[in-house]
Write a protein that binds this ligand. Structure first.
Ligand code: SAM
Ligand code: SF4
Length: 329
């Protein structure tokens, strides 16, 4: 079991398959992109499956989410998903993606056994998309969403980050778009994880602000909080339900006390928190011949030292040197 010193147990593994991306969302990375990890530093598909197998079969991982960077850019994705689904006990397997390429890959992924998909969509306006993501790809994202729905990857979940002065006025429009198509929308507060270190608290649209904007157009009632468990989203029934909308107040309403996540970066580092400043190098251990037992031990030790909270409000808070795209959001 992956238990930390506060008694929290990690059962949800987020695996970054690549740090590369075909968008440049400004809350994540600069327009010119980043220095991508050299290929030899990336885990191979074989190494990823080996580590995920150890997590699932020995360490109590019950959910595996593939992310990045952009996971659809990883050529072996369908194979990695199929091999993950085939593990015993079978974990829930999901994907977080920007949706570009999903029009082609949704059906093969569903056939491989993928259970769910989260697609990031911050705007429905083409010009705003270009301003925000520095690429003219909104149509590809919307096509990807529709393909996920058609492939039966339901409920399709949508993640949106609102930015002041850019897309904040789209909260209600995004929700309406998702309601009409049966997608479940979640707004995420912008976190200090961009590579440019440009995050400013005063520029962040808070969960309270998001809810106030939505309440101008919809009737929101809190959904059963017991069901929330370790899930970060506070869920609200829209206009009496059953449709729901979620708000993830990572900064203003932290949920660290119930966190059940652990992360594996594309270069094989275990991180016990998005905001961790230390990592445990499973790749080096694996490549110098460590056994599955030894890898499991290192992993367990890495989780044990997880801090109580992310401390964004702490004066001593330090943004991790790895940006979100290289951690796996
Ligand atoms: N490229 C994929 C995507 O965009 O969905 C997967 C990786 S991305 C890092 C995962 C999620 O993190 C996306 O929903 C994205 O909007 C979110 N994200 C990225 N940077 C963020 C930040 N600084 N604050 C909050 N969410 C962020
Ligand atoms: Fe790429 Fe996702 Fe980061 Fe946007 S949020 S730049 S799609 S990794």
């Amino acid at each position: 079991m992956l238990q930390d010193s506060f008694g929290r147990v990690a059962t949800d593994l987020r695996v970054s398959l690549t740090d590369r991306c075909n968008l440049r969302c400004s809350y994540c990375m600069p327009p010119e992109g980043l220095d991508w990890l050299p290929k030899p530093e990336l885990l191979t598909a074989e190494e990823i499956v080996r580590l995920v197998t150890i997590g699932v079969e020995r360490l109590g991982i019950t959910e595996v989410r593939y992310t990045g960077g952009e996971p659809l850019l990883r050529r072996e994705l369908v194979e990695i998903v199929a091999r993950t689904v085939a593990l015993t006990p079978a974990p829930q397997v999901s994907l977080t993606t920007n949706g570009i390429g999903l029009a082609r890959l949704a059906a093969p992924l569903a056939e491989a056994g993928l259970h769910r998909v989260n697609v990031s969509l911050d705007t429905l306006d083409r010009e705003t998309f270009v301003k925000l993501a520095h690429r003219d790809r909104l149509a590809d994202v919307l096509a990807g969403l529709a393909a996920a729905e058609a492939a039966g990857l339901r409920p399709v979940k949508v993640n949106a980050v609102l930015m002041r002065g850019i897309n904040e006025h789209e909260a209600a429009g995004l929700l309406r778009y998702c309601l009409e198509r049966g997608y479940e929308l979640r707004f995420i507060e912008q976190m200090p994880l961009d590579a440019q270190h440009g995050w400013r608290r005063e520029n962040m649209i808070t969960a309270d602000e998001i809810l106030a904007m939505l309440k101008e157009s919809f009737d929101l009632t809190e959904d059963d909080p017991v069901e929330r468990g370790s899930a970060p989203a506070e869920l609200f029934l829209v206009d009496g339900g059953p449709a729901r909308v979620g708000v993830i107040g990572s900064v203003t309403r932290p949920f660290c006390g119930a966190c059940d996540r652990v992360r594996l970066t594309a270069d094989g580092q275990i991180r016990n928190c998005l905001f961790a400043t230390e990592e445990s190098d499973l790749r080096a251990a694996m490549r110098s011949g460590a056994s599955d037992d030894e890898l499991a031990e290192r992993w367990t030790a890495a989780v044990r030292t997880k801090k109580a909270g992310h401390g964004i409000d702490d004066p001593s808070f330090l943004q991790p040197s790895r940006p979100m795209s290289a951690i796996g959001g």
